[in-house]
Structure formats: C-alpha cells, structure tokens
Design a protein around this ligand. Sequence first.
Ligand SMILES: N[C@@H](CCC(=O)N[C@@H](CS)C(=O)NCC(=O)O)C(=O)O
Length: 248
Amino acid sequence: MLKLYSFGPGANSLKPMLTLHEKGLDYEQVLLDPRKFEHHSDWFKKINPRGQVPALDDRGHIITESTVICEYLEDEWPTEVKLRPDASWERADMRVWTKWVDEYFCWCVSTIGWHRYVGNMVKGLSDEEFEEKVKNIPVVEQQVKWRRAREGFPQEMLDEEMRKISYSVRKLDDHLRDHEWLVPSMYTLADICNFSIANGMQHGYPELVNKEDTPGLLRWIEQINERPAAKKMFADVPREIRHEDAKK
Ligand SMILES: N[C@@H](CCC(=O)N[C@@H](CS)C(=O)NCC(=O)O)C(=O)O
C-alpha cells in the first residue's frame, strides 16, 4: 500500500499527488497541518528527518524529495499511463525541466510565498514560543527561513526573487506558446513538476501571469487543471484542509 504524507495538492506535495492520480494508483492520504507544525513533530521526523513534505511510504520504504518520488513511481509502479518519454534524449529534456523547477523556479516562488503567508502563521506567538518551535526544525536553512518570515525578508532579497519569478514566467511562456507540453511530444513529469509551482500564479501574480502577457503559460495551466486526474485530485482534498497559505 502506498501512503503519501503531504500538505495537500499544492507546491512540492502536488508533484507526487498528481503523478499518483495520473497513474490511477490507490494511495493513503496523510495530510499534515503546517499551522500546527506537524511536519516538525518527532513522529514525522522519523519518516523524513528533514521535517519536510512530501514523503512516500511504499511497503515500508520511505522515499523523499518530490521529483524523486515521481520518478520512483514511474520506476516501481509502471502503468499504462506513461509520464516519461521512451527516447533517452527526450527523457534528458524532461529532466532538464524538472531540475530547473527544483533548483530555480521553486525557490523564488517559495521565498515570496513565505514572505506573503508564512510570517502570518507565527505572528501571534511570543518570541519564546516561536523559538521553541524553531528548535524542532531539523534543517538550519529552514530555521533561517522561518525567522526571516517572522521578522521580514530583506527588501533586496524580495526584489531579486521577484526578478527571478518574472524571468521564470517568461521562460515558460516562450516555450509554451509554441509547444503543447514542456517536452513537446507528450505530457510528462516535466509538466507535472512545473505545474505544481505555476498553478495559481494567475491569481497570486496576475500582473505577470495573464491572457495578454503569457497566453501560452495560461493555456497550459488551464489545460492541466482540466485533466480528469487533476480534477479528481483537487476534489479528493477539501479546500478547507489544503492549507493554501502555507504550502510553499
Ligand atoms: N526539495 C524538497 C523540498 C520540500 C519542501 O520544501 N517542502 C515544503 C512544502 S512544499 C515544506 O515541507 N515546508 C515546510 C518547512 O520547511 O518548514 C522536495 O522537493 O521535496
């Protein structure tokens, strides 16, 4: 039995979740509440010592790192639905896109997400209460991020991350104006992994992602949202427990 630990269908959690739905695999859904810091609790750190979601439990084998989980599902659970091309050069192309989202696109969107939403989650805590929570965070870089979210990120950093987001949106749109999918011949993990970060930007960044400026990107976002697997995935997790504000 497959069990997925996540914050629900958004950001990194969405990657394996949509992959599972596209492949039609049954899995047990374990939703953690970031507002209760459940991902930093001892029971979860036994599953992922980094205290981050998503994590997959496959018959006792724990797999972490969202994109790695997606590739693992393709390797270990082959189905009629293929989310990777057969040709090695196309697979390489797919991995350039998944590497890019993991190393670049995800990070700029994440910092702005933390700036906009995560700070609010901890504003009500006293300094002592907040530091108690920070003590449980196993990754030092994440401790820094939580502190910055509470105190405010330096403006220079926010400006630079916004510049990277504008660049990312342009890069995706330039490609998607001329191609249906990121790997032109088929829908792949490259689409799923980039969609996990891009979905919702038409609402969160309407000045950047809109019909006039990014028609290719918007068409692709809408097209993936219309897929039966995406519809089922969003319907399976009720909106009130999706923690929309704290996923990135
Ligand atoms: N590289 C990891 C990143 C995982 C990650 O950043 N997860 C976020 C949710 S999208 C998280 O757990 N954030 C909470 C925290 O770090 O405190 C992956 O791709 O799985």
